[in-house]
Design a protein around this ligand. Structure first.
Ligand SMILES: *[C@@H]1O[C@H](CO)[C@@H](O)[C@H](O)[C@H]1NC(C)=O
Length: 252
């Protein structure tokens, strides 16, 4: 299992629009804590002073002091750098703010695992020269790093398999969908095996080749229609027979 390589936390400290119009002026200050190692030793703290979309002053903990990017920014960065209190406070942020929060997040989120749910479904049924397509979906798992394997009679299949990337849902969970193209053979067992850090042993789901529910419904609806048709036709015929035989009885 691989942990998210970079946990990057943005915090908008201040955001203010100077006019009520949609195209206002935006002054914002964004801080970021960036790290990729588990022991947080490579933590970098970035403090951006932004006007509209331009960073005019930045504090980067690796650099250790403020850097200005516009005339106004350079002027103020120099002022900030001359203030030992401000500089000391800013330099301490990488420990007191970044590492402190990252430790909490690591134990509350990053170190947790959530096992995937697995679903096997038919995408396309075999017909004519077309092979059948099955889809194996694993979803709501965390973190990313999952193995989806197709098996025919318990032997892994490599060919005719296409898979999506592990897609982030945006809520910390991930999902993945793998497709298998195959020509159904009677007696052959098709399974999807999923392994993930949140599981003690892999989940194996066997494909049930009996007709899926939607197909059964279609057949049921079709059959009901046919029976109804036959009843109406029969009723019509009987009615017609009765009428015509009744007519014969009445002499004209
Ligand atoms: C912070 O500064 C270091 C050293 O100059 C640099 O390598 C790194 O890219 C900077 N980080 C950001 C996010 O600008």
């Amino acid at each position: 299992m691989s942990l998210p390589k970079v946990l990057c936390f943005h915090l908008i400290l201040m955001l203010s629009a100077f006019t009520g119009a949609a195209n206002g002026y935006y002054y914002s200050r964004w801080t970021k804590c960036i790290h990729s190692s588990r022991d947080l030793s490579d933590m970098v703290y970035i403090d951006n002073y932004i006007f509209n979309k331009d960073v005019h002053i930045q504090f980067n903990s690796t650099v250790g002091e403020y850097v200005g990017y516009t005339a106004h920014g350079v002027y103020n960065a120099e002022l900030y750098n001359k203030d030992p209190n401000q500089l000391q406070q800013e330099r301490a942020q990488v420990e007191t703010y970044c590492k402190y929060n990252a430790k909490n997040r690591q134990s509350a989120i990053a170190d947790k695992t959530v096992a995937p749910k697995v679903k096997l479904s038919s995408v396309k049924q075999a017909g004519g020269r077309h092979p059948a397509v099955l889809m194996c979906s694993a979803y709501r798992f965390y973190p990313h790093g999952i193995q989806v394997t197709w098996m025919k009679d318990d032997k892994p299949v490599k060919s005719d398999v296409t898979s999506t990337e592990e897609m982030p849902n945006g809520d910390w969970y991930y999902q993945i969908h793998s497709h298998l193209e195959y020509t159904p053979k009677s007696g052959e067992k098709i399974s999807c095996m999923v392994d993930h850090a949140g599981l003690t042993k892999p989940i194996i789901v066997d494909w049930d080749p009996s007709l899926p529910e939607s197909e059964r419904n279609k057949i049921a609806i079709g059959a009901s229609g046919l029976v109804l048709g036959i009843i109406i036709t029969a009723a019509g015929l009987i009615y017609y027979k009765k009428k015509s035989s009744g007519r014969i009885l009445v002499p004209t």
